[in-house]
Design a protein around this ligand. Structure first.
Ligand code: KG4
Ligand code: ZN
Length: 340
C-alpha cells in the first residue's frame, strides 16, 4: 500500500510517501526563518507559505519515492490540532487528490502521529511495530507537553499535560529574554554545552505534585526576575551559558521526574519521547542514562521529532491496516482537536 501524507498544521510544509511501514520519502520545507522576524508563527503568513510550497514539496516527495500520484492507494493529512488556515491547505489538497483518484482520505491527529514516531527506525526508516511495547509517551513541542499511556498500537489515553506554557514555549520565551533568535530551543541547547557552572536556583514547577501535569510559566517568570536583578548576565557569554544550562536542567529534570514516575506507577518499562524538544541533547542524555535497569527509552530520530509528514503517513497506514474507516472526503479541519 502506497500512501501520500501531508502535514501543514503549523510552520512546516511537509509531504511524505510511505509504503508497507517504510518511509520512501519525507520532504520538509520549514518556514522558521520567515517567522523568526516576528518572534513567533504568524498564521496568515504560514498559510500563504503552505500554498506556495505545497506543490513543489509534494512533487519532490513523489519523485524521491520514485512514484506518481496515479500509484497512490490512499492520501492522508494532518486534520488537527493546528492553525486553521494552515491545516486547510493540507487537508483540502489531500481530499482533492483522494477525490480525483477515488482513493480513501485519512485525517490524522497530529499528536497521535507524534506518539508513534519513535517507532520509525532503521535504514531505510521503517516502522518497528514488531517490537512495540506498551509505553509511557512524552510529547514535548513548542505548543504541547503531554504524557500519554500508550497501551497498544492505536490505543492510548492522555494522563496529563501542561496547565500553562509548553516546554518548547518555555525554551522559546526564555530565549527571547536572553536575546536569542526564535525558535530559541536549539540555541539554548548549544550554549548550555559551554556552561561551566549552571545556575541551579531556577524552580522545578510541580515536580513533587502527585499528578501528571506540567507547568512552565513560573520558571519563565523566575528567569525574568533573575535577569532584572542580574542584567550583567546578558553582557557576558559565560554567564549566559550558565543561565541557559540552568533553565535547561530545570525543564529536563521536571520532564524526567514526572515521566519516569508515571511509568513506574503504571508498571511500564518502556518510555518514548517525541516532538521538537525531544531534539534537546540534555533531555536525550538524561532520559537514556538515568532510567531504571531493564527499561527501554526510545526517542524519535531528530528528523521525525520536529513536524514531518512521514509520521502522518505511518499512522494512516496503521489505521487502515487495523481496519479503521477512512475519513469523509468533506471532513472538516479540527484546529482545537484534543487527544483523548
Ligand atoms: O514539534 P515542533 O517542531 O513544533 C511544534 O511546536 O509542533 O517543536 C518546535 C519546538 C520549539 O519550541 C523549539 O524551540 C523546540 O521545539 N526545540 C528545542 C530543540 N530543538 C527544537 N528545544 C530544546 N532543545 C532543542 N535542541
Ligand atoms: Zn508537532
Amino acid at each position: 500500500m502506497i500512501i501520500l501524507a501531508l502535514e501543514t498544521s503549523c510552520d512546516e510544509t511537509s509531504a511524505a510517501v510511505v509504503r508497507d511501514g517504510i518511509v520512501l520519502s519525507n520532504v520538509v520545507s520549514s518556514q522558521t526563518r520567515l517567522h523568526a522576524e516576528y518572534g513567533g508563527v504568524v498564521p496568515e503568513l504560514a498559510a500563504r507559505e503552505h500554498l506556495k510550497n505545497f506543490l513543489p514539496v509534494a512533487r519532490q516527495a513523489l519523485a524521491d519515492a520514485n512514484t506518481s500520484v496515479a500509484a497512490l492507494d490512499a492520501v492522508a493529512a494532518t486534520q488537527g490540532p493546528g492553525l486553521p488556515t494552515a491545516l486547510l491547505v493540507g487537508v483540502k489538497a489531500a481530499q482533492a487528490i483522494a477525490f480525483t483518484l477515488q482513493r480513501p482520505f485519512i485525517g490524522i491527529h497530529h499528536h497521535e502521529a507524534h506518539l508513534y514516531s519513535p517507532w520509525i527506525t532503521g535504514d531505510p526508516p521503517a516502522a518497528d511495530f514488531a517490537r512495540f511495547e506498551p509505553n509511557l509517551s512524552l510529547i514535548v513541542s513548542g505548543g504541547h507537553t503531554l504524557l500519554v499511556h500508550v497501551e497498544s498500537e492505536l490505543k492510548h489515553h492522555v494522563l496529563g499535560s501542561t496547565i500553562d506554557d509548553a516546554a518548547g514555549e518555555c525554551f522559546d520565551k526564555v530565549g527571547k529574554m536572553l536575546g536569542l533568535p526564535y525558535p530559541a530551543g536549539p540555541e539554548i541547547d548549544r550554549l548550555a554545552r559551554d556552561a561551566r557552572r549552571p545556575y541551579d536556583r531556577f524552580p522545578r514547577p510541580l515536580i513533587h505534585e502527585p499528578n501528571d501535569d506540567f507547568s512552565f510559566s513560573g520558571l519563565k517568570t523566575s528567569v525574568r526576575y533573575f535577569l532584572r536583578d542580574h542584567p550583567q548576565v546578558l553582557e557576558d557569554r559565560a554567564e549566559l551559558c550558565n543561565v541557559c544550562a540552568g533553565v535547561q536542567n530545570a525543564i529536563v529534570e521536571v520532564l524526567r521526574a514526572k515521566t519516569f514516575r508515571a511509568a513506574e506507577r503504571l508498571g511500564l518499562r518502556c518510555v518514548t519521547v517525541s516532538g521538537g524538544v525531544a531534539c534537546n541533547s540534555r533531555l536525550r542524555q538524561v532520559f537514556t542514562s538515568e532510567h531504571p535497569r531493564g527499561w527501554t527509552v526510545r526517542f524519535a530520530e531528530n528528523r521525525f521529532c520536529t513536524d514531518n509528514a512521514a509520521m502522518i503517513g505511518i499512522l494512516a497506514e496503521q489505521k487502515l491496516k487495523h481496519g479503521i474507516s477512512p475519513s469523509p472526503l468533506d471532513a472538516e479541519i479540527q484546529p482545537g482537536w484534543t487527544l483523548a
